[in-house]
Design a protein around this ligand. Structure first.
Ligand code: 8QM
Length: 400
């Protein structure tokens, strides 16, 4: 051990076990308190659950690269289950070129143009649900809303959208080890993949949607036809399950904090924005990402050799008491700014303004129309190697 590097604790935790995924917070605390960096020998990886170190890793893509994959699998040694994403699983300078295309397509003007359609759909959906106030907060609302407005915005046809969530399960379980969640998500996934790939093509997408715009801007920037489709694939991979989980988590947390629901009703737009942001901090839909060291590195005083996987716990950083006051309290009045639920640095979520728009519109429309939301049973958690969220959320909506 070098004189300047600190000893590292080895922990026997399995962050991809059903027990850990069902309630990750005790494990997060154990890792944060064990040191700035720990070893998880079960997977032969390094890990950090502290805010400062997570930010350091995500802020240094030269040392902590993405092109070897942002899951457990090291693409330099193992063939990935699908061709790597040009965005997520890439480094500068290639990453920068791909990202510039998406940044152009998701310009503030383009995102603003989505609002009216999102708003109309949210209002219609909630009014329909208020006819029969016992609902499932996930399938009837938290999933139904993004599954309608996002594919509409992209320009996907109405038929076949049932492939989107299964594909997302493949993507997000695919970042983990080859465990039961991985195998279940991938089983019979060939048809799902075929549908997704077919609908990344220019001709499968409506002329006035974001998908067509990706093709157009990517073509102008010299991307091949196949690469243009791959950029649409990123939208379909990253844009659905994430928001489905965020909205389900928001409804779940707000159902448990009726006083904060009441606050949201008093100032719907402002507090809906805040509630969504605090949800992404407090119950981060994307819990983890890996990076791979490109050279000998030093993190929090710990020496990490080149070619090693480093697991960053976004959801743990977002509850690090070194960064947050009373981190385990959901509080829509806190300054949640600076959370890493959308990542941080070069790869920070490029779709976050679309996600926030969905959150703001759905929650503020709810606040306008619903006096309170009552939990009428036990929610069922969806266990996923990367995502945190619910499968079901039994709710009764009390109309305003
Ligand atoms: C996670 O395929 C992709 O480009 C992609 C897939 C998943 C994500 C991001 C990008 C972070 C939401």
């Amino acid at each position: 051990m070098g004189a300047r590097s600190t000893a590292v604790e080895e922990l026997d935790l399995d962050p991809f076990s059903p027990e850990f995924l069902a309630d990750p917070y005790p494990g997060h605390e154990e890792m944060r308190e064990a040191g700035p960096v720990v070893r998880l020998p079960r997977y032969d990886v390094w890990a950090t659950a502290r805010y400062a170190e997570v930010r350091s890793v995500l802020g240094d893509p030269e040392t902590y690269c993405s092109s070897a994959g942002v899951g457990l699998s090291d693409f330099t040694r193992e063939k990935p289950w699908r061709p790597p994403s040009l965005l997520l699983e890439a480094d500068p300078p290639e990453h920068t070129e791909a990202r510039d295309v998406i940044t152009t397509v998701l310009s503030p003007k383009n995102v603003r143009a989505l609002r009216d359609a999102f708003q109309a759909e949210a209002e219609a959906m909630i009014d329909r649900l208020l006819q029969r106030p016992d609902i499932d907060g996930v399938s009837d609302l938290g999933a139904a809303f993004p599954l309608k407005v996002f594919p509409d915005a992209v320009g996907l046809p109405a038929g076949g959208r049932e492939n989107l969530l299964p594909y997302g399960k493949m993507v997000f379980n695919g970042f983990g080890p080859r465990n039961e969640f991985f195998d279940r998500a991938m089983a019979g996934g060939e048809q799902v993949r075929d549908w997704i790939m077919a609908h990344c093509e220019r001709d499968a997408l409506a002329a006035d949607g974001l998908g067509a715009q990706i093709h157009e801007v990517a073509a102008e920037n010299g991307f091949t036809e196949q690469e243009r489709g791959m950029l649409v694939r990123s939208f379909l991979s990253a844009g659905v399950d994430t928001t489905v989980h965020a909205l389900g988590n928001a409804l779940w947390v707000l159902a448990q904090h009726p006083e904060q629901w009441a606050e949201m009703r008093a100032e719907p737009t402002k507090k809906a924005v805040a509630a969504f942001e605090e949800t992404v901090r407090f119950e981060s839909p994307v819990q983890t990402f890996f990076r791979t060291t490109t050279a000998d590195a030093e993190l929090g005083g710990v020496a990490i050799p080149a070619g090693e996987k480093v697991l960053t716990f976004l959801g743990a950083a977002n509850r690090d008491p070194r960064q947050w006051d009373d981190p385990d309290r959901f509080d829509l009045n806190r300054r949640a700014h600076g959370h890493v639920g959308f990542g941080s640095g070069t790869h920070t979520c490029v779709g976050q303004m679309v996600a926030r728009l969905e959150g703001e519109v759905l929650l503020s429309s709810m606040a306008d129309r619903v006096e309170s939301i009552e939990l009428t049973g036990e929610p069922e958690r969806q266990l996923n190697n990367t995502l945190r969220g619910l499968d079901t959320l039994p709710l009764r909506l009390h109309p305003a």
